[in-house]
Every structure is written in C-alpha cells, then in structure tokens.
Design a protein around this ligand. Structure first.
Ligand SMILES: [Zn+2]
Length: 276
C-alpha cells in the first residue's frame, strides 16, 4: 500500500439506499477512498454490483474491504456450527476476490466460558482449514480476524497477532474502538496507541504497518465492554492522537470508519489526517 485510505463502513447514508452506483459516486465526490462492504447478514451481491465494485477497486486510489457475517463462531460447541462458520468466512473471501477487495475481516469466536489457550488452539485449527482451502483455490486475499469489543469474545490484539504469525495471509484487523471498550477506557492515549503499533511492528514486521486494516468509531462501553457505536465527536474516542500516531508510524493500508455518521466522520478523519 502506498498510503492510508479512508473507507466508509457500508455505503454512505446520503446514498439513501439507492445502491452501489450512487454510493460509490458519493465516495468519489467526497474524496473518500472506498467502502467496507458489510456482508453481516450473509454474503450476497448481484452480478451488476460485483462489476461496479470491481471496477471501482481497480483504480489504485480506491479500496474495497469486506466484513463477514455476524453469525460466526469458530468455537461453537456444535461442530456443524463451526463448519458453517468456516463456510461463511470462505464465502466472504471468495466474494472478496471476485469484487477486487483488499482484505476481509470478521469476528472469529466466543470463549464460551473456556480457557483462552484452549480457544486459541480451536480457532487455530479452523484457520488452518480456511487458509489451505483458499490456497488451493489460488485466493490470496488478506484474512483478518478483528480485535473484539467484549471480554466474552475471542480476539485480543495479542491473540490475533499470535495467530497471524502462523499463516501467510492472516493479519490483524485492529478495531481501536473495540480495544478501547474491551479494556474499559484505556488504550486511548498517544502513548497507548504507539505501544500497540510498536507491538504489531515488532511481532509481525514493518510489512504489517504498511498493510493495515483498521476500524474506528466513537464507542459507548461498560465494564462488560462494547455497547454501541457513537458519532466520533459525541464520544471519548481520542481519534486525533490516533491519527497523529498513524502519521508518526507512517501507517499505510485502510481505516474503516464505523461511526453512525458514516461518511461525515470518515471525512472528518481524512481531513484531520491530511491537516497533520
Ligand atoms: Zn466488526
């Protein structure tokens, strides 16, 4: 990647449900850089839209990423649900490749009251299956478990970085709002953000910092973690220092804004970043 791209999570609100053509035109008009396609209720996109998105992503300045379905739990107690979860991740990766996406992300698993090391090993086994299947299909899209927002969900930064070391096409998707919420308000200062990126660079190499997939929004949380996303300016999320840290570390890749004020906050982030 040659720079940091700013993406909306889903099509802009101002496209008013009128579809990809309008949505992608708004992205270009606003000088934003792309969209994370939300396959959160299933991996479906008609052929015409696939073509539109692929064409949009073929331009070097524009990027597409995909968010996999919510119904994924690689640590389900029911084996058929693990299989269904693997299938959903594979479907997201296949669709991602078809539409020219850079990377896919998803929430990998729940602890289900089990020991974290045990759950890591279970998630690892599914990732092995996913990666070998994608390799046999010649699909080398980035597959990225996301850092999660609640203590009941598998996916601390440490767990995902550890997993990433074992697979060529696996890297973290860092959701800074989730990490902040999960840890009851910490990870919100210049130094804390810097430590996270230092950790990623040290463990996964500089290549990781040149190819980041990240999420950001304002967030409401309790001791149990994430409650809901908020508009950036109506939250305590210290996005300004985070963007300063991105600049200092020369982070490249994509930052997806998941604020309820979708394109407005994506623009806010991009404009502030460019002003630094
Ligand atoms: Zn997510």
């Amino acid at each position: 990647m040659n720079k940091l791209h700013f993406l909306t999570a889903g099509l802009p609100l101002s496209s008013e449900g009128k579809g990809y053509k309008k949505g992608l035109d708004i992205i270009k008009d606003m000088n934003l850089d792309g969209v994370e396609v939300e396959f959160v209720h299933g991996v479906r996109m008609n052929d015409a839209n696939q073509k539109l998105v692929k064409e949009f992503a073929s331009d070097d300045n524009h990027k597409i990423t995909c968010h996999g379905p919510y119904y994924i739990n690689l640590n389900s107690q029911e084996p058929e649900k693990i299989e269904a979860s693997i299938t959903r991740i594979l479907e997201t990766a296949r669709m991602g490749q078809l539409i020219g996406a850079y990377s896919i992300t998803y929430h990998a698993a729940f602890y289900m009251g089990q020991n974290a090391d045990e759950v890591y090993n279970i998630v690892y086994k599914s990732m092995e299956k996913i990666c070998s299947e994608l390799e046999s299909e010649g699909n080398n899209i980035w597959v990225r478990p996301e850092t999660t927002g609640k203590g009941t969900q598998w996916g601390t930064l440490e767990e995902i970085v550890k997993l990433s070391k074992n697979f060529k096409n696996v890297m973290p998707c860092i959701d800074f709002a989730h990490v902040h919420a999960r840890n009851n308000g910490i990870y919100n200062t210049y130094d804390e953000f810097s430590k996270m990126l230092e950790f990623v660079g040290k463990e996964l190499g500089n290549d990781a910092l040149n190819n980041m997939h990240m999420h950001l929004a304002g967030i409401e949380y309790s001791v149990k973690g994430e409650k809901n996303h908020l508009i950036l300016e109506e939250s305590d999320m210290n996005y300004k220092d985070l963007l300063k840290v991105f600049k200092a570390f020369d982070v490249k890749g994509v930052l997806v804004c998941e604020s309820p004020n979708i394109e407005g906050d994506t623009k806010l982030l991009k404009d502030y970043y460019l002003s630094l």
